[in-house]
Ligand binder design. Structure first.
Ligand code: MIG
Length: 796
């Protein structure tokens, strides 16, 4: 006897899942709802267009007229603006500011976004919906366009030719060119072509697959579930688009100064005694260090919000003593809460209904370090406040920084994460994990940041996270997870971090020295030199790898590492100003060469050098035994900050790269702010501020440094305007070299009374119209901090 199952539709052979879909096609009607343009299509599909600024538009495409896709928590909502509309038989055009959207009727219908000159910048050729709830977008592409961004990905700087998956994943290994998903998902592309720069941001917390590999003609994006909800951002160049993109995704608040210092970590420093000895070692060896991280062994049986009393008998004393010596302790906090009925965090989580549950009501359990564990539902604000509140356990000990790991979330099972049907409450809009997976890390770091912010009474929190989504920079710095001690992994770090910067995450870094695998002396030296110029600078190694503190490989390597770390500390006033720029404008701290040389087509391909801010060009050494390297310099002149040798730009040069230091170049004549090196960073004790000009400017356009200064630890900069912004400009006017200092904003009283201007090598060829002193060939001028100044240098 056969049952009805015998004629199951999917067994009949004619069923083809692909063809079961339908396209966005056949426009039916248009209407306006306040500042939203609504266009109805066949199959009950609605396209909604909202112009958010003169250069940013949001488009949603979804089935059913009564639902309306809501921006995810990755987005900082911007209100829709009024627009004009033109309609004819075959298209609808909406326009506001620089941007127009053209919806062209047809089978399929297409969406084109064009600029004020009417030039199409981005075209969605088709959108297709499948019966299983997935959908696919095809973006038109052209051979001359190039793509960047996509957040934390392996591979080259250009994303043309790559295939990638947005699905936050705990990937211990491998991190190689085929690794499609890592810990952070930023579904964002920056397109560069002759017309300018264009951003494409897909707000999809569910899985999406991006294929830039098929051809140069199209990009396909397949979305597992949910509405098609995306933003297009227009601009002239990468800087402008990044600034606008971060209006949408949010910007980093200023981190505490200490977090810009050197961090030492290991999986794990096992005891209080070991941590205290480590700290002593840094101070006695005179290697600057600001933070020590505690990995999972500080806890009692991996229970978060506990210390193991045997290994860490007196955490309060330890934290206090170390703080006095200028070390911050950063303990790891994972999301999994051990299922232990005698553990208060577990009890509270259950009774407060803070953990993820199935739709039917039972708790979800997964295995992680503590064994069977429950997982907080960070999509709910009640859970976030509870979790944030729990951090009193740490803040009462004097801790100001927290390290969030395993928050993809990682689970020890085949899928490596939570089951897809586990529910998230999402503030009254419950959805399964499948739809919200990529939000988990973002929402956990948000809970952590907000909790710390409340408890630290005006001090700035530091949060480090492994997982994240659009906007993670609002709450945390990101490190790129479990790399290995391979030269190739150090090399890969550069394009990875540059693309993260373009994707809105300015404060990011990689495990210096490499996490897994045994590092090598020369590799550690070169990696420390590179790390010193990456935004987040932490040496970290795995439990089974050899130790890799800076002194582990003898005196020569130790001296190289010490010098590299000290170099960063010397440049902190410059670096901090670049951070402040990232906080104000969203520009990355480390930038691809093309970002500061938009017209230069060679610059677009350079993936093994980068800018720190606008004026420092770092050329890390990425090969063993390499003592020279090729460096591409964009237009202008460039001065090797160690040797003083000058290189002219718009060409490659071979430069010396001795083991002692990484090749670093300053834009000739541009202001670079430096200070003296101390064991740790404390702006209130900084007694020298030096503005150094390496070489002299060649062009008549002013090169600017907006020197930013504040106390480095409080929110007074935000709440009381307690900061200084000094605009320092340097330029040529005919034969003369003119340097100006303008006090754009004064609100912070510096510990020093003079700023020292140092013109390196200038005594040989320049004379200056003011009091100065000479140090070798350098000219030194002292300027009182409260004075606007103008200096003129003339050739001798
Ligand atoms: O499965 O806490 O990426 O930095 O040392 C390993 C132990 C869990 C992964 C993190 C790594 C950390 C390690 N963690």
């Amino acid at each position: 006897m056969q049952s009805s199952e015998a004629i199951h539709p999917e067994r009949l052979g004619s069923y083809d899942q692909q063809s079961a879909g339908y396209w966005l096609e056949q426009m039916i009607s248009t209407h306006q709802e306040k500042h939203t343009l609504c266009v109805s299509f066949q199959h009950d599909i609605q396209v909604k267009v909202r112009h958010l600024t003169e250069s940013i538009v949001r488009l949603t495409v979804q089935a059913g007229s009564d639902t309306d896709s809501v921006p995810s928590p990755g987005i900082t909502p911007l209100a829709a603006q009024p627009f004009t509309i033109e309609e004819n038989q075959s298209s609808v055009v909406s326009r506001f500011g620089e941007l127009a959207v053209t919806i062209s009727n047809g089978s399929p219908a297409s969406l084109s976004i064009s600029d004020s000159q009417g030039i199409s910048r981005l075209r969605v050729d088709s959108i297709r919906f499948f019966a299983d709830g997935s959908s696919q977008l095809r973006l038109a592409s052209e051979a001359e366009a190039d793509y960047f961004g996509l957040g934390e990905k392996t591979g080259w700087l250009s994303k043309q030719g790559s295939k990638t998956v947005m699905w936050n994943s705990d990937v211990y290994a491998p991190h190689n060119l085929e690794t499609e998903a890592l810990y952070v998902s930023i579904p964002y592309l920056l397109k560069l072509d002759a017309k300018g720069a264009t951003g494409f941001l897909l707000d999809a917390p569910a899985k999406s697959e991006w294929n830039l590999q098929k051809s140069h003609q199209e990009i396909t994006i397949t979305l597992d579930t949910g509405a098609v909800d995306f933003y297009v951002i227009l601009g002239q160049d990468a800087k402008q688009v990044t600034e606008r993109y971060t209006e949408l995704s949010g910007r980093m608040p200023l981190p505490p100064a200490w977090s810009l210092g050197y961090h030492q970590s290991r999986y794990s420093y096992m005891s209080q005694q070991e941590v205290e000895q480590l700290a002593e070692e840094f101070r006695s060896r005179e290697i600057p260090c600001d933070a020590i991280h505690l990995d999972i062994h500080y806890m009692r049986g991996y229970r978060v919000f506990t210390f193991d009393a045997n290994r860490f008998p007196n955490p309060k004393k330890m934290v206090g003593n170390l703080l006095e010596q200028g070390f911050h302790i950063v303990p790891i906090v994972d999301p999994g809460v051990k299922r232990d009925v005698e553990y208060t965090v577990y009890q509270e989580g259950v009774s407060g209904n803070y953990f993820c549950r199935r739709l039917e009501g039972e708790l979800y359990f997964g295995e992680v370090w503590p064994g069977i564990s429950a997982f907080p539902d960070f999509t709910s604000s009640a859970t976030r406040s509870w979790w944030g509140e729990k951090h009193k356990f740490y803040t009462q000990l004097g801790i100001q920084g927290i390290w969030n790991d395993m928050n993809e979330p990682a689970v020890f099972n085949e899928s490596k994460t939570m089951e897809l049907d586990v529910m998230h409450q999402a503030e009254g809009r419950p959805q399964p994990h499948r739809a919200l997976h990529n939000l988990y890390g973002l929402q956990m770091s948000r809970a952590t940041y907000e909790g710390l912010r409340e408890q630290l009474q005006g001090e700035r929190p530091f949060v480090l996270t492994r997982s994240g989504y659009i906007g993670v920079q609002r709450y945390a710095a990101v490190w790129t997870g479990d790399n290995r001690s391979f030269w190739e992994h150090m090399e890969m770090a550069v394009p990875m971090l540059l693309n993260m910067g373009l994707s809105g995450i300015p404060f990011a870094g990689v495990d210096v020295g490499g996490f897994a695998y045994d590092t090598q002396p020369e590799l550690l030296a070169r990696w420390t030199q590179l790390g010193a110029f990456l935004p987040f600078f932490r040496n970290h190694s795995a439990i089974d790898a050899i130790r890799q503190e800076p002194w582990r490989f003898g005196e020569e390597i130790e001296a190289v590492c010490r010098a590299a770390i000290a170099r960063r500390y010397r440049l902190i006033p410059y670096l901090y100003s670049v951070f402040a720029e990232a906080a104000r404008k969203g520009w990355p701290v480390v930038r691809p060469i093309f970002m500061e040389a938009p017209g230069d087509s060679t610059a677009r391909t350079v993936a093994d050098e980068f800018f720190v801010g606008r004026h420092l060009l770092a050329a890390p050494v990425l090969r063993p035994q390499q003592r020279k390297r090729m460096v591409y310099f964009p237009e202008g002149e460039w001065v090797d900050v160690e040797s003083g040798l000058t290189y002219s730009g718009a060409q490659y040069h071979i430069v010396d790269a001795p083991l002692s230091h990484m090749p670093l170049f300053a834009r000739a004549g541009a202001p670079i702010a430096e200070t003296d090196v101390y064991s740790h960073l404390q702006f209130e004790h900084q007694d020298v501020l030096r503005i150094v000009f390496y070489g002299h400017p060649v062009g008549e356009t002013a090169e600017t440094l907006d020197l930013y200064e504040d106390d480095g630890h409080s929110f007074a900069y935000e709440q009381k305007n307690a900061y200084n912004l000094v605009r320092i400009q340097s330029k040529r006017r005919g034969n003369e070299w003119i340097v100006t200092l303008d006090l754009v904003h004064e609100g912070y009283s510096t510990p020093y009374t003079y700023r020292e201007l140092r013109f390196t090598g200038a005594a040989k060829c320049w004379q200056i119209d003011t009091d100065y002193r000479q140090d070798g060939d350098d000219i030194i001028v002292q300027l009182p901090v409260d004075q606007t100044s103008r200096l003129i240098l003339r050739p001798m």
